[in-house]
Design a binder for this molecule. Structure first.
Ligand code: SF4
Length: 317
């Protein structure tokens, strides 16, 4: 049996940066350490942090003044930052620089009286953070082609759109086309906001799905990125499973299978993929191959640590 590993897979530059920040914090400060949200959407990482004294999703009003407070890779609203300043929290900002870029675009729209259609999941932390950059202009959420076709806009003369970074590339292009047809003057702020890591992982899972009998995605169901990999793969392959780790794998999935495609989401640690491969080898003489889309070279610098007036002691410069 052949195992075909997707490349690139696993951690993106934003997740690597967020994890390096939290490592630095855990090495320097004692618990409790507070977070606005899960650092990244992977159950193994979330449980690891909880076991190391990180308290996640605590209402900011209940966090003691002066505590250590980490903003997750998905970013946060202006309100969260303002409340954190008021409470004199020491803020470590692990927002992915690519999400920050969207915040700058959102602030530009807000400051220039441009209403915004945000394409994404209204419950996702990243989208909540983007909406939270606005206090002057109107935001609308479009989650599907149906929304794009029927959403009612009060005034489309000054309108732009932004997207979440981890959407399905194909579905999002369709949504954007509908919006452009309905609102010919709609502005595209910057280029597409779907990030390079999402693009690459979806392109390679498409190839895996077309060339293998079974696709296994190592990732958590809380991850938008992992779920979108499953959506793309399921369009081309009927045997697609997303699992947190090897222990969820079922032997019967191997019935009548000659090739297994394996990939992982942008927040999945590589050791979970290796563990899975070791586990699966017990069932057959596996030959391991790779399908390579490209070699990612994106790397975000670790923020310098210093204290700003607003008490941000970890800040990108
Ligand atoms: S998936 Fe993209 S936007 Fe999200 S953390 Fe990774 S690089 Fe940043």
């Amino acid at each position: 049996m052949d195992i075909i590993l997707a490349k690139p897979r696993g951690f993106c530059a934003g997740v690597i940066r967020a994890i390096n920040i939290i490592k630095q914090v855990l090495n320097t400060y004692k618990s409790p350490i507070y977070m606005n949200h899960e650092l990244v959407h992977n159950n193994y990482i979330v449980n690891y942090l909880k076991n190391h004294g990180v308290i996640i999703n605590r209402n900011i009003n209940d966090i003691p003044n002066g505590s250590i407070f980490i903003i997750s890779a998905h970013g946060a609203s202006k309100n969260i930052f303002n409340n954190a300043y008021k409470k004199n929290l020491n803020i470590f900002d692990a927002t992915c620089p690519l999400v920050k870029k969207i915040h700058y675009r959102a602030s530009y729209a807000n400051n220039n009286n441009i209403d915004t259609i945000i394409i994404g999941n209204p419950k996702h932390q990243e989208v909540l953070g983007i909406i939270g950059q606005y206090d002057r202009t109107t935001t609308y959420i479009v989650e599907s082609l149906y929304d794009a076709n029927y959403i009612k806009i009060k005034n489309s003369s000054k309108l732009c759109f932004l997207t979440q970074t981890t959407l399905s590339v194909f579905d999002t292009y369709q949504i954007i086309n509908v919006l452009k047809n309905r609102f010919p003057n709609i502005l595209e702020l910057g280029r597409n906001n779907i990030c390079y890591a999402t693009n690459n992982r979806q392109q390679v899972v498409y190839k895996l799905a077309k060339t293998t009998d079974l696709v296994v995605i190592i990732g958590s169901d809380i991850s938008s990125n992992a779920n979108k990999l499953a959506i793309v793969a399921k369009k081309y392959n009927k045997n697609v499973y997303m699992i947190d780790n090897f222990s969820y794998f079922k032997k019967q999935w191997l019935n009548n299978i000659n090739t297994i495609g394996v990939t992982s989401s942008a927040s999945t640690p590589e050791f979970l993929v290796k563990q899975f491969i070791e586990y699966i080898k017990q069932y057959d003489n596996m030959i391991i191959k790779e399908i390579i889309l490209n070699k990612e070279k994106v790397l975000f610098k670790l923020p310098k640590i210093f204290k700003t007036k607003q008490n941000i002691i970890c800040y990108d410069k």
